[in-house]
Design a protein around this ligand. Structure first.
Ligand SMILES: Cc1ncc(COP(=O)(O)O)c(C=O)c1O
Length: 421
């Protein structure tokens, strides 16, 4: 019997190596999951997402005068995930009409939804107004008169103004949004004008300010500096501070605790603006990233200068390594450990389609099932059909039971939008 090995904390809560030496997620044997649902497949430990949602709510409850936690749903826009987080009683942020439709379909109360977007169309705004979303976050000056007109006579819409505080967190440029030269939000100076303009608009109610300095941020201090930076804009009932809490993708990294992140934001608002403010937070990655793993099957092992372990997915199910060099780790699900330095590569027609460069796998062979943890955030969200590869299913695992919540795409799906065939 193989020795039970210590699992890295990057795996979903409750993950174990069972007595057969196989990784279990949500009490389900991953070799059996691969057999039943095929690969590649996203496997989500349902309890992990619930635990993290509760940790956010508890952290706020223990510290803030008033608060709301929103699921930044761009991170994992899947009906079953929306439903689960709606059940947990948190709110939701959407960044498009499509995400709004999914959030409503997943059961979110429209009053708890915030609509974002730096290029909202009239149709998206009308859709949000018809649904009765609680807040619309104004990203630019062009939007103000348009929104006021679309809200129209006899109605008022609560809005926030998104401010770019001029504060950078340490993260990749592609996901940094707090700097002045950003496509998102308004500079402090432009926000002053926007505040006046919204105040003069007949149908808009300015509830407060919004900021979001970026994503995958592992140091807390910039979150505080961002609050300090918007102080000159004055006092409002609501401060929505976006998301951004980073997670550990590999065992050698450590992320701040949810409690410390929440304390940093809540304390900053109280110190800068005084008591009684509503602090809103929009975690995406920190809610869902570590809840999910991707299972692949090895199709070939090639040795030249390097060892190339090629699997049946890649940049169609996880674009992050190719978009901005995101690091993951990998294991053979029934031989945890290592010993063979190799590149875990995808099946797509790009040399850049490498999921994990310099992976350390235990004697990888054709037919092995390989797992990459921490694929819950922006994995399914950015999945695509490059090379005509159908997108993977999503399987929820809990207490030893697995259920399919999103089926694998079929070849028929690839033809589904063709008007001419
Ligand atoms: C406005 C806004 N809020 C929240 C988030 C979620 O960020 P994260 O997934 O880093 O928590 C994003 C991500 O891009 C965002 O743009």
């Amino acid at each position: 019997m193989p020795a039970v090995q210590q699992l890295s904390p990057v795996y979903p809560l409750g993950s174990t190596i069972n007595e057969r030496g196989v990784l279990e997620i949500g009490g389900c044997d991953t070799l059996e999951l691969a057999r039943e649902f095929g690969t590649p497949a996203y496997v989500v430990a349902e309890d992990d997402i619930r635990a993290r949602a509760r940790a956010f709510v508890e952290a706020f409850r223990g510290r803030a005068d008033a608060f709301d936690v929103l699921f930044a749903s761009k991170a994992f826009p899947c009906t079953a995930v929306y439903r689960l987080l709606a059940e947990e009683g948190i709110g939701c942020d959407v960044a498009s009409g499509g995400e709004l439709a999914l959030a409503l379909g997943g059961g979110f109360d429209p009053a708890r939804i915030y609509l974002h977007g730096n290029a909202k169309s009239d149709a998206e705004i009308e859709q949000a107004l018809a649904a009765g979303v609680g807040h619309i976050v104004i990203d630019n000056v062009d939007e103000i008169d348009r929104l006021d007109r679309l809200v129209g006579e006899g109605r008022r819409q609560a809005v926030l103004i998104r401010v770019t505080p001029g504060v950078r967190g340490v993260t990749h440029d592609a996901i940094s949004t707090g700097q002045i030269d950003s496509k998102f939000g308004l500079s402090i100076e432009d926000a002053r004008g926007a505040i006046e303009r919204v105040g003069a608009a007949g149908h808009l109610e300015l509830a407060g300010l919004h900021l979001h300095i970026g994503s995958q941020i592992l140091e807390l201090e910039p979150f505080r500096r961002a609050v300090e930076a918007i102080a000159p804009l004055g006092d409002f009932p609501v401060y929505n501070l976006g998301g951004g809490l980073g997670v550990a993708y590999t065992a050698d990294r450590e992320a701040p605790r949810i409690n410390d992140y929440v304390a940093t934001k809540v304390d900053a608002v109280r110190d800068v603006f005084g008591p009684g403010k509503t602090v809103v937070d929009e975690p995406g990655r920190a809610l869902v990233a570590n809840s999910c793993v991707t299972l692949y099957t090895v199709q070939s092992v090639k040795r030249n200068v390097s060892t190339w372990v090629a699997v049946d997915g890649g940049m169609s199910d996880n674009l992050r390594p190719m978009l901005y060099g995101a690091r993951y780790e990998a294991q053979v699900v029934d031989r945890f450990g290592g010993g063979t330095r190799c590149h875990l590569t995808g099946k797509h027609c790009e040399s850049g389609d490498v999921i994990v460069r310099d992976a350390d796998l235990a004697d990888p062979r054709v037919g092995d099932v390989v797992v990459t943890p921490v694929t819950g955030a922006y994995g399914h969200a950015m999945a695509n059909n490059y090379n005509g590869v159908p997108r993977p299913p999503i399987v929820f695992a809990k207490d030893g039971d697995a259920r399919l919540v999103v089926r694998r795409e079929s070849y028929d799906d690839l033809f589904a939008r063709d008007v001419e065939r």
